[in-house]
Design a protein around this ligand. Structure first.
Ligand code: FAD
Length: 402
C-alpha cells in the first residue's frame, strides 16, 4: 500500500540519535514534515544505562521539559542516580571518582527502554497540523529511489501492513545495524571484534540492601566487567571480550558467565553475592545475552547528493568503556538536525553543485563532525586501555598494540 504523503525527512530509528535529529530539526525549522519510524518494544530490557550528568544540557536544548521529566521519572523510581565511578583497572585495587567532583553532579543509571520512550514521546509532542511530524511504530524493510524522492517501505506494527512512504531525505538512525545505509551500499568497517555478554540480576527475597550506586569497572585477564545498579532492585553485569578469545565461548552460557564473574572479578562478584542477587527470571529472555560492542564506522556515512545521512551508532559506534554512546548520539543528532534545517531552507540542488566545486561546506560539515567524534573517542580509548599493563594476555596485548 502506498502513502501519498511526501515528507521532507524520514528518520529510521527512534533511539537517542534519531530522536535528537527530529527534535533539533523541528527546533530549527518548525515547518518541517518528518516521519520517525521505530520498532522498539518499550517493555523489553535495553542495554546501555549510564547517562553522564552533563547530558542534561543537550536534553534541555532538544526539549526544555526533558530534564525535569527525567528527574520526575527518577524520583518516581524508574531510574536511579549514579553516585560515581569505581575501577579496578591499572592495579588490582579499587579507585574511585565520586560524582561530587563532577560540576554537573550525579549521572543516572537508566531504564534505557523507558528513557528512549521518553525521547520518542517528546518527538510525538512536536507534531503539527499543517506540516505533520509523526512517530510510527513500525519496522523499516526497504528503500528505493523514485526520480527525486525516496520510497521507504515500513511494516506497521499495529496493522501488520507494509506501507510505502515518500521523502526527500532519509536518515539512518537504526543503531549498529545501519539498516538503511547497508541497503544503499555503505559498509560498516569494524575496528575490533569486542563482544558484550550481559545478565540482569534481581535481589532474592531475603537479600541485604544493595546501596552501591557507583558504576564499577573491573579488568580481568581476558577482558573486563562492569556493573550498575538499576531501578527496582536490579543490577546489570556485563562482560566484554573479543569474539575469538576462548572466554567468549564460556561467557555465552549462564554457568560459564557466572564462573568468569566469580573467579575473575572479585569486587563485582562480592556485590552480587553480598546482596544475594539471582539471575532475573524473565519470561522469553535467557541470560546472558550477547551483543556487538566494538568500535566501527560506516563508509560512507552520508551522501548529500543522494540525500541520506547516518547518525549515532549507525554512523559510528564505540566500545562501551567510555559510557559516551548516548551523549554522542544525542550531540550528533542535534548537529544533523541543524544541518538538515539549513539544507531544507536552501535550494538542495544548488547546495550539492556548490559542494562539488568546494564552495560550500555542507557535506564536509557533517564529515567534520564524524571525524571530530572519531578522533576524540580514539584518543580516549587508547589512553584507557594502555593503562592496564598487569595482564600478559592476548586481549590486552591487542589493545596496547592499537
Ligand atoms: C554493552 C553496551 C553497553 C553500553 N553502555 C552504555 C552506557 O552505559 N552509556 C552510554 O551512553 N552508552 C552505552 N552504550 C552505547 C549506547 O547504547 C549507544 O551508543 C546508543 O544507544 C546509540 O544510540 P542510537 O540512537 O544511535 O542507536 P540505538 O540506541 O541502537 O537506537 C536505534 C533505534 O532504531 C530502531 N531500529 C533499528 N532497526 C530498525 C528498523 N529496521 N526499523 C525501525 N526501527 C529500527 C531500534 O529499535 C532502536 O530503537 C552501550 C553499548 C553497549 C553495546
Amino acid at each position: 500500500m502506498d502513502s501519498e504523503q511526501l515528507y521532507d525527512v524520514i528518520i529510521i530509528g527512534g533511539g537517542p540519535a534519531g530522536c535528537a535529529t527530529a527534535l533539533s530539526l523541528v527546533r530549527s525549522k518548525p515547518d518541517t514534515s518528518f516521519l520517525l519510524v521505530d520498532d522498539a518494544d518499550p517493555s523489553k530490557f535495553k542495554i546501555g544505562e549510564s547517562l553522564p550528568a552533563d547530558t542534561t544540557r543537550i536534553l534541555a536544548y532538544l526539549d526544555p521539559d526533558l530534564p525535569e521529566t527525567l528527574e520526575e521519572d527518577t524520583d518516581s523510581g524508574k531510574h536511579v542516580y549514579c553516585t560515581g565511578n569505581a575501577s579496578v583497572w591499572n592495579t588490582s585495587d579499587i579507585h574511585e571518582t565520586d560524582s561530587i567532583m563532577n560540576p554537573y553532579g550525579m549521572g543516572l543509571h537508566l531504564d534505557r527502554a523507558v528513557f528512549d520512550e521518553l525521547l520518542r514521546e517528546s518527538v510525538r509532542a512536536i507534531s503539527h497540523d499543517q506540516k505533520p511530524g509523526h512517530v510510527l511504530h513500525g519496522s523499516f524493510t526497504a528503500v528505493a529511489k523514485d526520480s527525486n524522492s525516496w520510497l521507504v517501505s515500513v511494516d506497521d506494527v499495529g496493522s501488520g501492513k507494509t506501507i510505502v512512504y515518500r521523502s526527500n531525505w532519509i536518515i539512518d538512525a537504526s543503531g549498529r545495524k545501519a539498516s538503511v545505509a547497508q541497503k544503499l551500499g555503505a559498509k560498516t568497517v569494524k575496528q575490533d571484534s569486542l563482544l558484550a555478554f550481559y545478565t540482569v540480576f534481581a535481589v532474592s527475597e531475603h537479600s541485604e540492601v544493595d546501596d552501591d550506586h557507583r558504576t564499577l569497572i573491573e579488568a580481568t585477564p581476558s577482558g573486563w566487567f562492569y556493573t550498575s545498579q538499576l531501578a527496582q532492585n536490579r543490577r546489570v553485569v556485563v562482560y566484554h571480550t573479543d569474539d575469538k578469545d576462548p572466554s567468549s565461548k564460556i561467557a555465552r552460557k549462564i554457568d560459564g558467565f557466572l564462573n568468569l564473574l566469580h573467579t575473575q572479578a572479585r569486587f563485582i562478584s562480592s556485590i552480587i553475592q553480598d546482596a544475594d542477587y539471582d539471575v532475573l527470571n524473565e519470561p522469553g529472555t535467557n541470560y546472558p545475552k550477547c551483543t556487538a560492542a566494538g568500535s566501527s564506522n560506516l563508509e560512507p556515512a552520508c551522501d548529500d547528493e543522494s540525500r541520506w545521512y547516518a547518525v549515532g551508532d549507525a554512523a559510528m559506534a564505540f566500545d562501551p568503556l567510555s559510557s559516551q554512546g548516548m551523549i554522542t548520539a544525542l550531540k550528533m543528532g542535534s548537529r544533523l538536525g541543524l544541518e538538515l534545517a539549513r539544507v531544507l531552507d536552501s535550494d538542495t540542488q544548488a547546495v550539492s553543485e556548490a559542494g562539488r566545486d568546494g564552495v560550500t561546506t555542507e557535506r564536509r560539515t557533517m564529515a567534520d563532525v564524524y571525524k571530530a567524534v572519531r578522533d576524540d573517542y580514539d584518543s580516549k580509548k587508547i589512553y584507557y586501555y594502555s593503562q592496564v599493563r598487569r595482564f600478559d594476555t592476548d586481549f590486552w596485548k591487542r589493545r596496547q598494540g592499537a
